[in-house]
Design a protein around this ligand. Structure first.
Ligand code: FEO
Ligand code: CA
Ligand code: CA
Length: 577
C-alpha cells in the first residue's frame, strides 16, 4: 500500500508513460510547454487533460492487430489552476483562456504503434481532438424539440462540444461512445434574480446560477443559463464517435437518456438487438438500459439501422431477495404523461431522472462503471459509495444498498432472465462490499476476500474474464479518516468466479486510477492515471510548484500531468495470467 510519487506495478511487470496532458497527438502538433504557456489552438492539437474512459481499436479497422491501433480516450475535466503560468483566478480569466480549458476537455484519438518493443504515438490522418466546442449533431427523439432549441441553434439539432466525458463504451460496429457526466458544472449566470430553483429540470440535475467555479459564462455566453437556459439541456447525453473517420460529426444519441452518464456498456441481446447499460453517477441515482428497436445486421451500413436512435430506455428496480425488473421510460406509460409534466417522449428523455423517479426505480449508492462478463453474461456495476444511505439525508438501507453510511462502496451484479440482455427481469446479488477489515465499525469492514480497497469506480472485464477494478477515493480523503491505511488509489484484479481480489497497481498521490484497455493479445495493458497531485481544495490558483503534491510523471519540480501508461509483463506473457 504505497503513498509515494510513482506508479507501482507488481514484480515482473513494467510500466511507462505513453502520452500525457499537453503532448502532441501527431507529428505536426505543438509540443507541451512545461510552463503551461500553450495556447488554446495548441491545446486543440494536444492530448487533453484528466484522461478517463479509453479503448484500443486495432488498425487496420476490423483486424486483430496488437501492434498498431487507435487509442481513444475521454478527458473528463480540466484543472485550470494547472493550465496557466499564473494559475487560475476569476480575475485572470479571459475568453482565450476559457477556450483553452474547453479545448482540454472532450476526446482524443491518437494512432499508436509497437516498434522495437515500445509503444509510441505516430503521425496519422486519424489523429483527432474532439473538444468542448467541436460541432456535433443531436439525434433521436429529443433532437429538434423545443427544449433543445437555442438562439444559436433555433433548429435544436446542432450543438458545440462534449463535456465531462467520464467512462465510455464501444459498439460492435467499431465506434466509441463518450459519456457526458457532470455537465452541470460548466453552467452559471450572473443575471440578477435568476433562480434555478424555479426550473424543475435544472434543479434535478444540479444546474445552478453559481456553477462549479469554471466561470465560463462571463466569457462564453452560451454557458449563461440566465440568457440561454436550454443550452444545458444539450448536455448530459451519450456521444457516438467514429474514430476511423476523422471528418465524421459526433452524434449525441438522445434515445439513451439524459443523466450524469458514467458509462455506456454495449452488449447484444440474443436476437441481435443492441443493449446499452448506463449508470447515473450521483448518490441515490439509478441504473438504466437501452434496448434498440432493430437487430444489428453485421456488415450493413449502420446509420440507416438507427440502432441508437430508436428503442426503449428502461430503469432498474432492485426488489428484495435478489429479484429485479426493468421499468420502461415511455411517454404515456406508468404515469409518464401530461399530468406529471411530460408532454411527449422528448420531455421524458430530457428529464430522464424525474421520469425514473415517477416509475419507482431503485436509488443506488452512486452508480459508476458497468462491465459485462464475456462468458457468463453477468453484468457488474460499481457503486462507489453513499454516506447519506440510512441517514436522515438519504434513503433507508435496502437489499441492493445494504450498508448505512456507505463510505467504501460495493459491486453489485445481475443476471438477465434467460441470459438475454433484452429481458425485462433479472436476478441480482452482491459481488463484493469494499472495506477495511481492520476497522471496528460494522459499516466499514466490508467482506473482501483479498486486498482492502475503497470506492470502486472503473470496472472492466478482459477477454479471460478477469474483472479489473479501479478506485477513486475522494482526493480530500485519501489516507485519512475511514480511509487511513489504504494508501493511494489503486487497481485490482478480481476472479469473478471465486470473488478473490488482488491489488495490481498503485498510483501517485492525489490521483484517481480510471480507464483501461488491452491489446487483443492481452500482452499490453493501457491504464489512465487521472489528476495526480490533486489537492483537497481542488482548483483555483496553483502557480507555485511547492504546493503541488505530485510531480508525476516528469519528476523534479514539474507540474503534475494526467497520463496514459502502458504496462507489460517483463517475460512478454499475457497480463493477469
Ligand atoms: Fe467521472 Fe463517475 O466518475
Ligand atoms: Ca468514474
Ligand atoms: Ca468516481
Amino acid at each position: 500500500m504505497s503513498s509515494d510519487d510513482a506508479v507501482h506495478v507488481p514484480k515482473g511487470y513494467g510500466a511507462e508513460v505513453l502520452i500525457a496532458w499537453g503532448d502532441p497527438i501527431d507529428g505536426k502538433a505543438p509540443r507541451f510547454d512545461p510552463q503551461a504557456r500553450n495556447s488554446a489552438e495548441d491545446q486543440e492539437r494536444q492530448w487533453g487533460q484528466h484522461n478517463d474512459g479509453m479503448s484500443f481499436f486495432p488498425l487496420p479497422r476490423g483486424s486483430n492487430s496488437s501492434r498498431r491501433g487507435l487509442l481513444v480516450s475521454n478527458h473528463e475535466y480540466a484543472d485550470p489552476g494547472l493550465m496557466f503560468p499564473d494559475g487560475f483566478t476569476e480575475q485572470n480569466l479571459t475568453p482565450a483562456r476559457v477556450r483553452k480549458v474547453q479545448a482540454a476537455h472532450g476526446v482524443s484519438v491518437v494512432a499508436i504503434e509497437l516498434r522495437e518493443g515500445r509503444w509510441r504515438v505516430v503521425d496519422s490522418p486519424y489523429a483527432r481532438r474532439i473538444t468542448g466546442f467541436t460541432p456535433m449533431e443531436l439525434t433521436g427523439p429529443a433532437a429538434g424539440h423545443e427544449l433543445m432549441q437555442t438562439a444559436a441553434d433555433p433548429d435544436g439539432r446542432r450543438v458545440l462540444g462534449t463535456l465531462n466525458n467520464c467512462a465510455h463504451g464501444v459498439t460492435p460496429w467499431g465506434t466509441y461512445l463518450a459519456c457526458e457526466e457532470n455537465f452541470n458544472a460548466y453552467f452559471g449566470t450572473d443575471v440578477p434574480g435568476f433562480d434555478t430553483a424555479r426550473n424543475a429540470v435544472m434543479r434535478r440535475y444540479g444546474v445552478t446560477a453559481r456553477g462549479a467555479g469554471y466561470r465560463w459564462h462571463p466569457h462564453d455566453e452560451r454557458f449563461d443559463i440566465g440568457r440561454h437556459p436550454n443550452e444545458s439541456n444539450r448536455f448530459g447525453w451519450v456521444v457516438e464517435i467514429d474514430p476511423f473517420d476523422p471528418t465524421s460529426t459526433p452524434k449525441k444519441r438522445t434515445a439513451l437518456g439524459r443523466l450524469k452518464h458514467e458509462c455506456a456498456t454495449v452488449v447484444l441481446a440474443r436476437d441481435g438487438r443492441v443493449v446499452v447499460y448506463t449508470g447515473d453517477d450521483q448518490v441515490n441515482e439509478y441504473v438504466y438500459k437501452f434496448v434498440s428497436r432493430r437487430r444489428w445486421v453485421r456488415g450493413k451500413p449502420v446509420e440507416p439501422q438507427r440502432l441508437l436512435d430508436e428503442g426503449t430506455l428502461y430503469v432498474a428496480r432492485f426488489d428484495g431477495r435478489g429479484r429485479g425488473r426493468w421499468l420502461p421510460l415511455v411517454h404515456g406509460q406508468h404515469g409518464l404523461d401530461a399530468n406529471a409534466g411530460f408532454a411527449d417522449q422528448a420531455s421524458v428523455l430530457v428529464n430522464t431522472r424525474r421520469a425514473a423517479d415517477v416509475v419507482g426505480a431503485t436509488r443506488l449508492d452512486r452508480p459508476e462503471w458497468i462491465a459485462a462478463h464475456p462468458r457468463t453474461r453477468e453484468i457488474y456495476v460499481s457503486l462507489t459509495g453513499n454516506p447519506t444511505r440510512g441517514t436522515d439525508n438519504g434513503p433507508p438501507v435496502d437489499g441492493a444498498n445494504p450498508r448505512r453510511d456507505n463510505r467504501f462502496g460495493h459491486i453489485l451484479r445481475w443476471r438477465e432472465a434467460g441470459g438475454d440482455a433484452a429481458a425485462l427481469e433479472f436476478d441480482w446479488d452482491l459481488f463484493a462490499q469494499a472495506g477495511n477489515p481492520t476497522r471496528t465499525e460494522e459499516s466499514y469492514k466490508g467482506d473482501i476476500d483479498g486486498d482492502a480497497f475503497a470506492c470502486p469506480d472503473g470496472l472492466w472485464f478482459d477477454a479471460e474474464g478477469t474483472l479489473w477494478i479501479q478506485t477513486d477515493i475522494p482526493t480530500a480523503s485519501i489516507g485519512t479518516g475511514v480511509y487511513e491505511g489504504l494508501g493511494n488509489n489503486q487497481m485490482l484484479a478480481a476472479d469473478a468466479a471465486t470473488g478473490r481480489i488482488r491489488r495490481f497497481l498503485v498510483g501517485p498521490p492525489g490521483c484517481e486510477i480510471t480507464g483501461m484497455t488491452m491489446t487483443p493479445d492481452a500482452r499490453w495493458l493501457f491504464v489512465n492515471i487521472q489528476h495526480p497531485g490533486e489537492t483537497a481544495g481542488e482548483g483555483p490558483n496553483k502557480p507555485d510548484p511547492a504546493t503541488w503534491r505530485s510531480h508525476w510523471p516528469d519528476g523534479g519540480q514539474s507540474r503534475p500531468r494526467s497520463a496514459t501508461i502502458v504496462i507489460r509483463r517483463l517475460d512478454g506473457g499475457r497480463i493477469g495470467s
